[in-house]
Design a protein around this ligand. Sequence first.
Ligand SMILES: [Zn+2]
Length: 107
Amino acid sequence: MSIRLEALPRGKRIQHMLEAFRDVREWSTPVGQPCRVCPSCGKAFTAARKPRLTICLYPSLTPVPVAFLYRLCGPCAHTYRKGGRHKQGVIDAIERFLNDDEGENHA
Ligand SMILES: [Zn+2]
């Protein structure tokens, strides 16, 4: 099953976006290691290519209240900040990254 992601607007939480979780009051802490590559362009982070922006995405058809933080490199962060179709293009690329290799590079 493909994952379909949506951006979590700044200042919003999952319970604001998904009706099923609106009464949830307790939230867990982030788990896992930060991705070593930019999930939008697939390039590895290095001393020169540093993560420039962290975005929060959630699966729109999730059966559980979960959201993911993704770090973007400078060029992808710039594209994301332009908004509109540019922002959606970055989200689509992250979806492909997750769905194509099922997160093998996501350690
Ligand atoms: Zn990138």
